[in-house]
Design a protein around this ligand. Sequence first.
Ligand SMILES: Cc1cc2nc3c(=O)[nH]c(=O)nc-3n(C[C@H](O)[C@H](O)[C@H](O)COP(=O)(O)OP(=O)(O)OC[C@H]3O[C@@H](n4cnc5c(N)ncnc54)[C@H](O)[C@@H]3O)c2cc1C
Length: 499
Amino acid sequence: MTEHAVVIAGGGPTGLMLAGELALAGVDVAIVERRASQELVGSRAGGLHARTLEILDQRGIADRFLAEGQVAQTAGFAQIRLDISDFPTRHPYGLGLWQNHIERILAGWVDELAVPIHRSREVTGFAQDDTGVSVELSDGSSLRAQYLVGCDGGRSTIRKVAGIEFPGWDATTSSLIAEVEMAEEPELGIHRTPLGVHAFGKEEYEIRDGKVVFGSGGLVRVMVPEPHVGASREPTLRDLSEALVAACGTDYGVHSPRWISRFTDMARQAATYRKGRVLLAGDAAHVHSPVGGQGLNTGVQDAVNLGWKLAQVVERTSPESLLDTYHAERHPVAARVLRNSMAQVALLRPDDRTDALRETMTELLGMDEPRRRFAAMMSGLDIHYDLGEGHPLLGRRMPDLDLATADGPLRVFTLLHDARPVLLDFGAHGGLDVTPWSDRVRSVDAEYAGTWELPAIGAVAAPTAVLIRPDGYVAWVGDGTDLGLDDALTTWFGPPAAA
Ligand SMILES: Cc1cc2nc3c(=O)[nH]c(=O)nc-3n(C[C@H](O)[C@H](O)[C@H](O)COP(=O)(O)OP(=O)(O)OC[C@H]3O[C@@H](n4cnc5c(N)ncnc54)[C@H](O)[C@@H]3O)c2cc1C
């Protein structure tokens, strides 16, 4: 039986990101993926929000995505645009990039990190004991791991076999999406009718002056509401044609579909993200309507929260209890995504009263403070892990400041490329002693003369030091003393090495 420290079921965006994080930390990790290649049928996610771009920037790979996508103001609430161009981040925008490209670029990175991917195989079951997990594969073989992570999507086998509840709300809306040929070209763009929202577009597009300009020729991408919710079989061309006729009065001579798929607004979340040696991340842990474009982003950020913690537990520098902070921090984040996506679905209902409510919300979100709050939520820039009372930076994302160091100018995110913790000391040089953790924590003396500003919060007092976790969140803030530093180092990076 082949052994790995960690086996990841599912090599979608979440599984790939987690594999990269674990490999960076030197952990022996392997992915088991049902698909024969990274090719993706269907369009799914349309891009990345600002915080995900920052996360990728923390690993030095954001440019790979930026080079292929369309930078634009993509944050929105129930299709009400929210401009983040004034936000204090190096990426005050979103990136339009289809999921197949996102996955291809992530898979390229994971390949460079030499993570083995067992393709064309499914995880069919597992059994965990005190020392590890035996993972059964569909080809009859099995793997042994210390930990198994289910990144296997909304219908997660791992979640089901683990017996983890998936409570939530059944679907109230259902839509078909497809890529097709049409005898007549429909009017491209988003349309609202009494039946709901439908849209036509093309795979190729550019964003010019904030407007989407579709490529000419090629297949048409369709999204159209279905008249009934709860279909139990795969959608057909006939279903698509009927839905188009109901919404538009014509099916535009639809034919030759490349693919047809369905999504709903079902909203469910795993009751626990961990059961012993089995963890869940991404769609396996939470599903909801795609409105607002948060699913893939949340999954990738789950992976970045879990990766370094799992690595430290596997390496035995931290106790297993560190893994419980993964659920404690990430469950509330996805619970909020479920809540806001349900609110958005409600605001998109096609009736006059909801239209009036949407107009009211549009007015409200046109005001500066509500706009900043909602935009920070939708872009993921306001995420705040509850690490107790203290400076506003505590538990929030570390800004990517331009530092002056003994080695010259340096961006904070550059210090995070290798996914290791960093102590930035802005005070009296050499004042903070992390010697007992020097095998794990990098200490950098730095100067920063600018203001400290957080999205949606504004200016905050300049700290004298910050302890930054590998995921880019602040674990401790100094105010001129080292009060609490040893505790924070022990909590997050394990007990001090014996002298
Ligand atoms: C129409 C639509 C539009 C969307 N738009 C957006 C958007 O704009 N922004 C956004 O952030 N999100 C969006 N999403 C959501 C996004 O697609 C998902 O949240 C994202 O794909 C989740 O990634 P994942 O890796 O967790 O799961 P998946 O992408 O579902 O990956 C799971 C992987 O596991 C594999 N697998 C499954 N079972 C097994 C098994 N037993 N063994 C081995 N492998 C297995 C699958 O083949 C797959 O590769 C959209 C979704 C839809 C449907």
